[in-house]
Design a protein around this ligand. Structure first.
Ligand code: BGC
Length: 760
């Protein structure tokens, strides 16, 4: 390519520029040999490389080169650890570089609005701070290897149903505070090389052709410097898309939409500058890819498999571990005979269906790992078949065999889960229940042997009707190719579990925030729950849940001291808390900081996650954990001024081991951002009283009125608390219409002029 970016651009014809901004085929961009511009490859993602060398598709159908399948985001998010995510990112970058892939299509950080979303396994959390922090870790890691990330799917793509057309109808506050916040964090903290716009519409406008989303918010407000690529096939109107800020259409359009661009520039419907901008961004992306240091294979398959195992171990959530006969069931006793039950132990489900489907370098099954470690103490019964249509007598025979085995062993470990047919990209679930055949098996096994542990394989939460009866439950998500051995590590105690729920496990689908508003109809889905997504909803309604956000047990125990909070000079909060490992094993505690203003002028969730840290603490030791709450994360989106505003006043800072296990609470006073709205005759009495200039003047006048005989009645009105409350919403322009108020039009006009006069 030419020496300077401008030279490179100037060297291209309009046709060449247009051709640069759409794909050459399924996974690559177009080369312009004359100008020395090479083609680059962008491919899936997100938790492993899916590079297809034969047939191409975006549904995960045809095979791809073998790559390490790391734990999908649902699992990785549960580790609550951006440093771990970064290490996974580095490995993804290395594998991409070896395969000469310029951009890997991930991470996906859409909010898990409903447990029904078919793609929740690919997303991090129901919380935007957690999703953003983990997403930024992945991007940093990938890009440290000279490979680009693609932050997806931007934005408000929270369901699969009708995903290529439906409009996510979201109010400004939830859009900003919940659905865009994680993206904002990743863009600001990690500058992904690319952002992938989503298929759906947002409030009626396709994400792919929304100038507000792709240019005003993403670039002008957040400072995004990279390239916007479409999701595969997301472009509805290429000319409108390019004008809105979409730089690269993927996969390819057979040249047709390139010709539309050329024609639009010729007839002036599209400015030449807009095309230049998109082409320049493509050249910049190609340039970055070219600068990647040469990486030579072969891939160290063993090292990456070992990392996948470590990460999987860090992603397993121990939901419950009750004592049976004086000791917790887990880790398994060293001499216990164990009945391993359930097809998932032998045939692991370790990744989701669709475009993220990876051809793994190898796959570990929990049954093999347990047998390798424990030998003859392990015996297996299938328990159930994946196929729900098997004849009833065969199902009964499998169940009976499992029950007999469970009854004859010290402990039973039952592996339950969802099959790929039940959970994938492209469609949503219709319920959150495990298959009936599996529930029948676990019930029967529990009746035969109360020392029963349940291990779950699922990409998104399932209802746990046996939760009260099963003494131990392990949420093992979809854990990637080494999930089986990592599960054995946790069951046997080689790994002390430390992951936490990045999404609430509800009792019933009917309790979930989007219930009744998901997945919408006739091309629209209303985000009626507003800001109350995930735990915010259950907490605001004080609803019981099966397991709360942030929950997860360990084989050791931790106690918390008093939390201390202070405001740093930069406005962020510093939170410190001593945490002691009070058990006999080394372990990791995920310390969580939640915050909320004590009182607010807008609706607030009772608590919101603002910071967290996964900390290693040796048995018997105390670590003083220091966490930083960003001031920006305390802000709400103020629709009056169209920006984030930190409200002044006292904030409750809760430090705990889960959203419902708060161990220490502190309060801190925070200075608010100034929001000065011009007063008008439509401003209310409350607006006036809160106004920095008009407020004190009016207060003074009330005080004077109270003292004067003439004003006794008026003063009486405002002195009476109930009446003052009633008057609060009274527009000041209309006060003069009421005799005896002691206010005339002239005075109101004067007050407004004074309040709105420019300040020195
Ligand atoms: C998915 C993207 C994926 C792309 C390419 C689309 O269907 O939504 O996440 O990166 O296909 O496979």
């Amino acid at each position: 390519m030419s020496d300077t970016p401008q030279d490179a651009l100037d060297a291209l014809t309009v046709e060449e520029k247009a051709s640069l901004t759409s794909g050459a085929d399924f996974w690559t961009t177009k080369a312009i040999p004359r100008a020395g511009v090479p083609s680059i490859m962008l491919t899936d993602g997100p938790h492993g490389l899916r590079k297809q060398t034969g047939a191409s598709d975006h549904l995960g159908l045809a095979s791809s080169v073998p790559a390490t399948c790391f734990p999908p985001a649902a699992a990785l998010g549960s580790a609550f650890d951006p440093a771990l995510a970064e290490r996974v990112g580095v490995a993804l970058g290395v594998e991409s570089a070896i395969e000469d892939v310029a951009v890997i299509l991930g991470p996906g950080i859409n909010i898990k609005r409903s447990p029904l979303c078919g793609r929740n396994f690919e997303y991090v959390s129901e919380d935007p701070v957690l999703a953003g922090v983990v997403g930024a870790g992945l991007v940093r890691g990938i890009q440290s290897q000279g490979v680009g990330a693609s932050l997806k799917h931007f934005a408000a793509n929270n369901q699969e149903h009708d995903r290529m057309r439906a409009s996510s109808d979201v109010d400004p506050r939830p859009l900003r505070e919940i659905y865009l916040r994680g993206f904002e964090r990743v863009v600001k903290d990690a500058q992904p090389w690319t952002v992938m716009c989503s298929y759906n519409r947002i409030n009626g406008v396709y994400a792919s052709e929304d100038p507000w989303l792709l240019t005003r918010v993403l670039r002008e407000e957040w400072g995004f410097e990279g390239l916007v690529v479409s999701d595969w096939g997301a472009v509805n109107d290429r000319v409108a898309a390019l004008a809105a800020g979409l730089d690269l259409e993927m996969p390819y359009s057979g040249g047709q939409t390139d010709r539309q661009i050329v024609a639009a520039v010729a007839d002036g419907t599209l400015s030449g500058d807009a095309l230049d901008t998109a082409a320049a961004r493509m050249l910049a992306l190609v340039g970055k890819a070219q600068r990647r240091p040469a990486v030579r294979g072969p891939l160290d398959v063993d090292a990456h498999h070992a990392l996948a195992r470590e990460v999987a171990g860090r992603s397993i959530v121990l939901l419950k571990n009750d004592e049976v006969g004086g000791a917790p069931l887990l880790p398994l006793a060293e001499d216990a005979t164990v009945a391993v039950i359930g097809e998932f132990a032998r045939t692991p489900r370790y990744q989701g269906g669709g475009s993220s489907h990876i051809t793994p370098t190898r796959v570990d099954a929990a049954l093999d790992a347990l047998t390798a470690a424990c030998g003859e103490r392990i015996s297996f019964a299938q328990g159930f078949a994946f196929d729900p249509a098997i004849p009833a007598d065969e199902a009964a025979a499998l169940r009976d065999e499992a029950v007999a085995l469970a009854a004859s062993r010290d402990v039973a470990v039952v592996f339950l889960g969802l099959t790929e047919a039940e959970e994938s990209e492209g469609f949503d679930r219709e319920h959150i229940d495990l298959p009936a055949a599996q529930l029948a098996v676990v019930d029967a096994v529990l009746a035969a042997n109360p020392r029963t542990i349940v291990v779950l394989s699922n990409g998104s939460v399932v209802a746990l009707p046996f939760a009260d009866r099963a003494p131990a439950i392990v949420e093992a998500w979809l854990l990637g190719q080494a999930g089986g051995s990592a599960t054995a590590d946790v069951l046997l105690g080689a790994v002390n579990p430390s992951a936490r729920l990045a999404e609430t496990i509800p009792l019933r689908i009917e309790d979930t925030p989007a219930y009744g508003n998901f997945p919408g109809s006739f091309g629209h889905v209303r985000y009626g729950e507003g800001i109350l997504v995930g735990y915010r909803w259950y907490d605001a309604r004080r609803m019981p849940v099966a397991y709360p956000f942030g929950h997860g047990l360990s084989y050791t125990t931790f106690s918390y001291g008093e939390a201390a909070v202070s405001v740093r000079p930069d406005g962020d909060l510093s939170v410190t808390v001593p945490v002691t490992n009070t058990g006999a094993r080394d372990g990791r505690e995920v310390v969580q900081v939640y915050a909320a203003p004590v009182s607010s002028i807008v609706e607030r969730a009772p608590r919101e996650l603002k910071a967290f840290a996964s900390v290693e603490i040796a048995a018997g030791e105390t670590v003083t954990v220091e966490l930083v709450v960003r001031r920006a994360d305390l802000a709400y989106w103020d629709v009056r001024v169209d920006r984030f505003v930190v409200e002044g006043g006292r904030y409750r800072i809760e430090v705990g081991a889960s959203s419902r296990d708060i161990r220490s609470t502190a309060e801190v006073a925070i200075e608010g951002d100034e929001v000065r709205l011009p007063l008008t005759p439509e401003s209310s009495v409350a607006d006036v009283l809160a106004h920095p200039v008009a407020g004190p003047i009016v207060q003074e006048r009330f005080a004077a009125m109270r003292e004067s005989a003439d004003g006794a009645m008026d003063a009486g009105i405002m002195a009476d608390e109930a009446i003052a409350k009633m008057m609060a919403s009274f527009p000041i322009g209309r006060l003069a219409a009421f005799p005896g108020m002691g206010v005339d039009r002239e005075q109101v006009a004067q007050l407004i002029a004074l309040a709105n006069a420019p300040q020195e």
